[in-house]
Design a protein. Structure first.
Length: 229
């Protein structure tokens, strides 16, 4: 082979290898799940059944952004089906006096009215729009929410994602609230605890239905599937 041709071929192969590496890396990053982005310590805690709580200060806000990660002993579909039973939430979430669907926007979008008991202060009434969806070719599920109106709270956004983790599910719960005039000090601490406790009791409810209330869970799964058809 002529030396010039050999050099050009090597350069071409080098460029091809570089492009292939970049493409492969991009694909891996795009398909990586939430669990893959956690630290080894966080993964160990999750695998042992402990919740992982991450807080990040938000510019211009008195309250931080909050993520809670926890393993659930149920499938992603089962977990999402229980979470998307919005009206059931008031039966197991502490201090939640009311959770009622007030408007069905579309087959997978709902406005839900809540009433939360706030110690020392007046109860907080608020309405959020929940949107239910699936991703990863239908193997993972997500419920996103945005505040529509509230007694005091200025804004609230969040999501609950359910991705397969071995024989169970990784629940990733995110919430960011822009509070009203009461949003500091003791109330802030209680609100952060409310987020952690909400995840804990949600996991407990999912696992309870998974092991001992299959009839209810099967109905919830059918409703979830109807939302996503």
């Amino acid at each position: 082979m002529h030396p010039t041709i050999r050099i050009r071929l090597k350069r071409a192969l080098g460029v091809f290898a570089l492009v292939s590496c970049v493409l492969f890396t991009g694909i891996a990053a795009a398909t990586a799940g939430i669990y893959d982005g956690l630290t080894p310590d966080q993964k160990n805690k999750i695998q042992s059944g402990q919740p992982v709580v991450v807080m990040q200060e938000a510019v211009g806000s008195a309250w931080p952004k909050v993520w809670v990660y926890q393993r659930v002993s149920a499938t992603p579909e089962e977990s999402a089906a229980v979470f998307a039973d919005f009206e059931l939430a008031s039966t197991y979430v502490e201090n939640l006096k009311k959770s009622k669907i007030s408007k069905r926007v579309s087959k997978n979008s709902f406005e839900v009215d809540y009433l939360l008991s706030v110690p020392v202060l007046s109860d907080e009434a608020y309405t959020v729009r929940d949107v239910v969806s699936s991703y990863d070719n239908g193997s993972s599920y997500q419920v996103e929410w945005n505040l529509v109106r509230a007694t005091s709270t200025k804004a609230s956004t969040g999501y609950a994602k359910f991705e397969a983790l071995g024989t169970g599910t990784l629940l990733a719960y995110y919430n960011f609230v822009t509070p009203g005039a009461f949003g500091s000090g003791l109330v802030k601490d209680r609100a952060m605890k409310q987020v952690r406790d909400t995840v804990a009791v949600t996991v407990k409810q999912i696992e309870k239905e998974h092991t001992s209330n299959r009839e209810l869970l099967d109905r919830q799964i059918l409703v979830l599937r109807g939302m996503l058809q």
